[in-house]
Write a protein that binds this ligand. Structure first.
Ligand code: S3P
Length: 425
């Protein structure tokens, strides 16, 4: 049980753990590269550990030295048939991206995971992977995990994503590495492009132009990869500091890829004082420090065009919206209903328990600002981002907020509670 009490301000200079999306991709892509390479700044969270376990099961040697990993690549065709189902735990990224790679293998495999992931939609990957020639079969004839995959003999497709999803885009691009002919993916709204950037860095034949990405059958050459801090983890601290007058917080070495910085755009629009400094580019990704000064925020509206660039940050935005002047409206965010929990319902239910006037929409939420947050017990629904968003609500609450089922923060942010208490004044 995590308990968080009211704070006056946040102060300090911190680093957050490595980017989850990039950590997964680094292990997967280096596993199928030629040669050996090091990953620095890897996120040792539960989700990424699931990815490591799955690839080890397929014969990939991965050495762990703290936050440094050494991956011994086996090349595109060097993976071994796993003897047992590949367990993705709670990780949608592991299941969806790895399925793209498995679709290219000429051995059968089964991917499974925890109760949450077995209820999440997998038709979004099963449909395009079947179009490319893979056999993918879900539980009870439904496209739900466990999925049985028999790959090999893939051919390229032109595919328009029906939902904005980096996981689906990535699964198709990874299968495209193995396919005969060109594979192209069209996205109506740009979702995170870490897969494209890393594939290019490792030498794949890949081109991105406007809303379309094209990839041709290519082999990958191992190269060392540096992982930035996860902006989705930094977001909890940054948003909290921005909304607590008197705060002064620096978060160093954060990933600032523009497909991920929607949270900064929205916070700026709400009147937050956040600056980016020390920008560098490493392995195709932008890194930098975030300097946050606390103040008063005002409500805003978030619409579908922005959602892919801040899809994981809506829980924390809903929390700080309750502290802003005026109303915040979030629409076009129906994808939140199929995340680790139904985040629209979960936010509505738990923020209501804390006394925040919030209304549930089919595709989002309306949050009334300047509401007093009461204390009390709330649940995370086993969802790491719900647990952390509710913990931040505790910083603004009249009485302590206790979050049950909060172990799940380890999925993406091991040490969250400890780090938060060191900067809370
Ligand atoms: C991710 C993509 C997003 C995001 C998830 C990580 C990724 O999911 O919510 O936390 O690493 O590609 P969708 O692709 O389902 O939008």
């Amino acid at each position: 049980m995590l308990e968080v009490r009211r704070a006056h301000k946040l102060e300090g200079r911190v680093c957050v753990p490595g980017d989850k999306s990039i950590s997964h991709r680094a292990v997967m892509l280096l596993a199928i590269s030629q040669g050996q390479a090091t990953i620095n700044g890897f996120l040792p969270g539960e989700d990424c550990l699931s990815t490591i376990r799955c690839f080890r099961q397929m014969g990939v040697e991965i050495e762990e030295r703290g936050s440094q990993l050494v991956v011994h690549g086996r090349g595109l065709y060097g993976l071994q048939e796993p003897r047992l189902p590949l367990d993705c735990g709670n990780s949608g990224t592991t299941m969806r991206l790895m399925s793209g790679i498995l679709a290219g293998q000429d051995f059968p495999s089964t991917v499974t995971g925890d109760q949450s992931i077995r209820a999440r939609p997998m038709d979004r990957i099963a449909i395009p992977l079947r179009k490319m020639g893979a056999h993918v079969e879900g539980r009870d004839g439904l496209d739900l995990a466990p999925l049985e995959i028999q790959g090999g003999n893939l051919h390229g497709i032109d595919y328009t994503l029906p939902v904005p999803s980096a996981q689906v885009k990535s699964a198709i691009l990874l299968a495209g590495l193995y396919a005969e002919g060109e594979t192209s993916v069209e996205e109506k709204l740009p979702a995170r492009n870490h897969t494209e950037l890393m594939l290019e860095f490792l030498g794949a034949q890949i081109q991105s132009e406007e809303s379309r990405v094209r990839i041709a059958h290519s082999s990958l050459e191992a190269r060392d990869i540096q992982i930035p801090g996860d902006i989705s983890s930094a977001a909890f601290l940054v948003a909290a500091a921005a909304a607590l007058p008197g705060s002064h917080l620096v978060v160093e070495n954060v990933g600032l890829n523009p497909t991920r910085t929607g949270i900064l755009d929205v916070l700026h629009r709400m009147g937050a004082r956040i600056e980016c400094e020390n920008l560098t580019n490493q392995n195709g990704e932008l890194f930098g420090d975030l300097i946050v000064r606390g103040g008063e925020l005002k409500g805003t509206s978030i619409t579908s065009d922005l959602v892919p660039r801040l899809v994981d940050e809506i829980p924390i935005l809903a929390v700080v919206a309750s502290r802003a002047h005026g109303v915040t409206t979030i629409t076009g965010a129906e994808e939140l209903r199929v995340k680790e929990s139904n985040r629209i319902r979960a936010l509505f239910t738990e923020l209501s328990k804390l006394g925040v006037p919030v209304h549930e929409l089919s595709d989002g939420l309306v949050v009334e600002g300047k509401s007093e947050i009461l204390g009390g017990e709330v649940t995370s629904y086993g969802d790491h981002r719900m647990a952390m968003a509710l913990a931040i609500a505790g910083l603004f609450a009249r009485e302590p907020v206790r979050i049950s089922d909060s172990q799940c923060v380890n999925v993406s942010f091991p040490g969250f509670g400890r780090l938060l208490s060191t900067i809370t004044k």
